[in-house]
Every structure is written in C-alpha cells, then in structure tokens.
Design a protein around this ligand. Structure first.
Ligand code: ISE
Length: 323
C-alpha cells in the first residue's frame, strides 16, 4: 500500500505538531503540502520535509491532485469553506475542533456530507483516543461499572494569551468536556447551565474564569465541569465517573504538563494513526461531523447561559444520517 499523501492546512501550534508526528511517528502517511496564512511559516516547514511544498491558497491545497487527505488546523471561522471543499473533492479530512464556529454552518456541513452518502469528516476530539478515557468508555459500555450517573470534570490551563476571553473558555475549552460527556454517556446533552464564581485575580478584567458548568444528559445523568484557564499551575485535565457499581477517575497520574500537546501527545498519535488507517479502509473513526455539530450547539447554549447563569435547553436538529 502506498503512503497516504496529506495536506496540512494551518501550521500554528497544533498544525505544526501534526506535521511533525505525520513525518516521524505515524506510519503509512507523509505530508506533501502545507499551507498557512503566514506564507513564510508554511515555506519554512515545507523546506524541512522531503517532497513537501507550500501552497498559498488553502482551497488550492485541498484540490491538488497529489493530495489524498487533509488535516485542518486552521482557525475555526475558515473551516466551513475548507470542509465543503474537502467534501466536494471527496477527500477525507481530520478537522481540529471546532467543526465550524456557528450552528448553521455546522449543520450545513453535516447535511452536505450526508447528501454525499459517504463519511469523510473526523473531528479532532483527541481525548477519545487517550488510553484512560478509552478504558473508561470500554468499562462503561461493557457494563462493569453499571449505569453512569454523574461525571465530574476539571480542565485547567496554567495561563492563556490575553485574547482568551470568557466566550473562548466555552468554545475552546469547555467544548472538550462536552465531547467527553457525550462520548462517555453515549447520549446527547439536553440542557446546560454555566455558573460564574468570583473570578481569579489572574483573569483580565471582565473575563469570567473559572467557570463551573452543569450538563444534563438525555438519560438524566449530570456532568459537572470546572474550566479554569488562569490556574497558574499546570495543564491539568481529569474526570471522575460515578456509576451505579463504582467510580473511576481519569488523569490523576498524567504528570506535569504546560499544555495539551504534551499531556495528550500519545492520544494525538493514536488519533492520527487511526485516521490514516481508516482513510486506507475508506472509513471514518473517532468523532464525526455530527459530534462536531452537537458540540457547537451545546457551546452556543452554554454561551447563552454564561450571560444569565440560568439553564438553557439544547435543541439539536434531527441527525440526517439516522435511518
Ligand atoms: C485549546 O484550544 C485546546 O483545544 C486544548 O485542548 C484545550 O485543553 C485548551 O483549553 C484550549 O485552549
């Protein structure tokens, strides 16, 4: 089997990390095209990889005839067009979250993929590939723990760039807990409440940090999450699942990390390898476009709740791929 020829769009922290892993630790794939709105950056990265070139326009990069599949690590607002282009060219795409930045465009992408009748989109919710989260999921699905009742999640960053505001805490950080909740319970979120404790003095004026959210699941389970992005300590992600026959924690021994690239390095490797292997089989594994859409809808409801502190219902469209 020949290597999967990949275009990586967006070579900021996450995209550059994916280029490095595709060029070293992942088998069956190589990066042939890179793209970034900072052209020099793409050129610099391409120059370091045999057989790789920089392409200035992201849509041209997707269309290149020698590109078999695409990794999107571009800013969220550009995803809709780029995802639709991947679908039109029939190219599998691993899209870093978010799927898109609003409900309408996320739904449009889900519907277009459904019309084509072939799954091509995997969303980069990497925690699904973390060995501890995956083990917890297997135990829950295997019935060993009994029915899950409550999930307690914590998500702490040591510090963030000054541009990181209250809404980004929801869109960029809480959204991972939303996916974990949907993944572990195997159910949709039906209601979300975001509560605002008195903020840390390390948060810029007006930024609500930490935030405590409560997600209500379709089957009645509850998820509490604390997201704290100016914790001053380390990058710390953990959760405890409380079920009818036991409780199990994830992330207690994860060690000290500055950010997600090291904390979830192994999960990213497994995720990207699973994506490459699935592309070879013409399949999609991991989070689907529907999971990306659901996360966008919950994030929008959470933003509405952030403004009032009151519960906000989550209304999903019918899944067009459900028979
Ligand atoms: C960042 O955008 C990510 O996606 C990380 O996984 C998350 O943990 C972090 O809080 C976000 O800022």
């Amino acid at each position: 089997m020949s290597d999967l020829r990949v275009a990586v769009l967006g070579v900021g922290v996450m995209g550059a990390d994916h280029v490095a892993r595709l060029s070293s630790r992942i088998s069956g794939a190589r990066v042939v095209v890179v793209n970034d709105y900072v052209t020099e950056k793409a050129e610099q990265i391409a120059a370091g990889i045999d057989g790789c070139r920089a392409v200035v326009d992201p849509l041209d990069a997707i269309a290149e005839p020698d590109v078999d599949a695409v990794v999107l690590a571009t800013p969220g607002p550009t995803h809709e067009k780029q995802l639709l282009a991947c679908l039109e060219h029939g190219k599998p795409v691993l899209c870093e979250k978010p799927l898109t930045t609003d409900i309408e465009t996320s739904l449009a992408v889900v519907k277009r993929e459904a019309e084509l009748g072939k799954r091509l989109i995997q969303v980069g919710f990497m925690r699904r590939f973390d060995h501890e989260y995956a083990r917890l999921k297997a135990l829950i699905d295997g019935g060993e723990l009994g029915r899950p009742l409550v999930l307690h999640c914590a998500h702490r960053n040591p510090a963030v760039p000054p541009s990181f505001d209250s809404a980004m805490i929801v869109r960029d950080s809480l959204v991972h807990e939303v996916d974990v909740a949907r993944f572990l319970f195997g159910e949709e979120v039906v209601e979300v409440t975001v509560l605002s404790p008195a903020p840390t003095r390390h948060a810029p004026p007006g930024v609500v940090d930490p935030q405590v959210s409560v997600l209500r699941m379709a089957g009645g389970g509850l998820v509490t999450t604390e997201v704290f992005i100016n914790s001053q300590v380390g990058y710390d992600v953990r959760c405890e699942a409380v079920a009818e026959q036991g409780a199990l924690s994830v992330g207690l021994d994860a060690g000290a990390h500055a950010d997600w690239t090291t904390r979830f390095a192994r999960a990213y490797d497994l995720e990207v390898q699973a994506w490459v292997d699935a592309c070879g089989r013409g399949e999609v594994v991991g989070a689907t476009s529907w999971d990306g859409y659901a996360a966008t809808v919950v994030a929008a409801a959470a933003l509405a709740s952030l403004a009032t502190g009151r519960p906000v219902p989550v209304d999903l469209d019918p899944d067009p791929t459900d028979p």
